[in-house]
Write a protein that binds this ligand. Structure first.
Ligand SMILES: NC(=O)c1ccc[n+]([C@@H]2O[C@H](COP(=O)([O-])OP(=O)(O)OC[C@H]3O[C@@H](n4cnc5c(N)ncnc54)[C@H](O)[C@@H]3O)[C@@H](O)[C@H]2O)c1
Length: 234
């Protein structure tokens, strides 16, 4: 059966930035949106996506209240900067845990029920840095490249049951995540971009709606869309 609205949509990291804009876009589309984020608040259920128990209990609450998740958007993420030669293992581990393992843990919660209903969409927010790398961002680039590899592998596992898994690899987007990056990096980055500017979360959200659309997203399997101001042309 066609499903283009009225779906149960879970957005991790949906309290801020790209995830927040995606959550709003799905709400405007007539879907029921559940926001999972690190801190509980109005309309936000608390989860630490890097913690197996926390993810299990958050998704148990979602299933009890809303039934099967139709669309999962994995947008929770963090970014820090450190040259590889000076990077503490703890910094590396935290980034991999949140930006890569979090995508696995949340996806694992929804795969079987999606397959059982023979309809599902998982949209993983990677980054263009997973394609081209970035100075001082070895941990982040590795995690985001990992998300692209994970997306392709899982897409192969579940596509036959009409569960479609894809990624979005945005370029630099004006959100609190990039506030913390050095000014020098931002100036250099803008100069590199064919569009000459960073994007906004609202310019990324439509790509998620497309991947979740039925029939609009039906032929995307394991792909990585690149709303990135022209920085990478995969
Ligand atoms: N902003 C960019 O330029 C950009 C570019 C490419 C990819 N991305 C990716 O887009 C996604 C969203 O980033 P954003 O720019 O909107 O950043 P953001 O900081 O505005 O939002 C990230 C959200 O993730 C949540 N979060 C962080 N760690 C978490 C955890 N352990 N458990 C649950 N929630 C957690 C934060 O609380 C926050 O609400 C991230 O995966 C990021 O890596 C961002």
């Amino acid at each position: 059966m066609k499903r283009a609205s009225g779906r149960t949509v879970v957005v991790t990291g949906g309290a801020s930035g790209i995830g927040k804009a995606i959550a709003a876009a799905f709400r405007d589309n007539g879907d029921r949106v559940v926001v999972l984020d690190r801190t509980a608040g109005a309309g936000v259920t608390a989860v630490d996506v890097s913690d197996e128990d926390s993810v299990r209990s958050a998704f148990a609450v979602v299933r009890a209240e809303f039934g099967t998740v139709d669309v999962l958007v994995n947008s929770a993420g963090l970014l820090t900067e450190s040259p590889a030669e000076d990077m503490d293992l703890a910094v590396w581990n935290e980034t991999i845990a949140v930006d890569l393992t979090g995508v696995f843990l949340c996806s694992r919660e929804v795969l079987k029920p999606m397959r059982a209903q023979r309809w599902g969409r998982i949209i993983n927010i990677s980054s263009q840095l997973g394609l081209k790398g970035g100075t001082g961002l070895g941990h982040y680039s590795a995690a985001k490249a990992g998300v692209i590899g994970f997306t392709k592998a899982v897409a192969l596992e579940v596509a036959a049951d009409n569960v479609l898994v894809n990624a979005i690899a945005p370029g630099p987007i004006e959100t609190p995540l990039v506030d913390g990056i050095s000014q020098a990096w931002k100036v250099a980055k803008r100069a590199e971009l064919p569009l000459g500017r960073f994007g906004t979360p609202e310019e990324v959200a439509p790509a998620a709606l497309l991947l979740a659309d039925d029939p609009g997203g039906n032929l995307f399997v394991g792909q990585t869309l690149g709303p990135n101001s022209g920085d990478v042309m995969p």
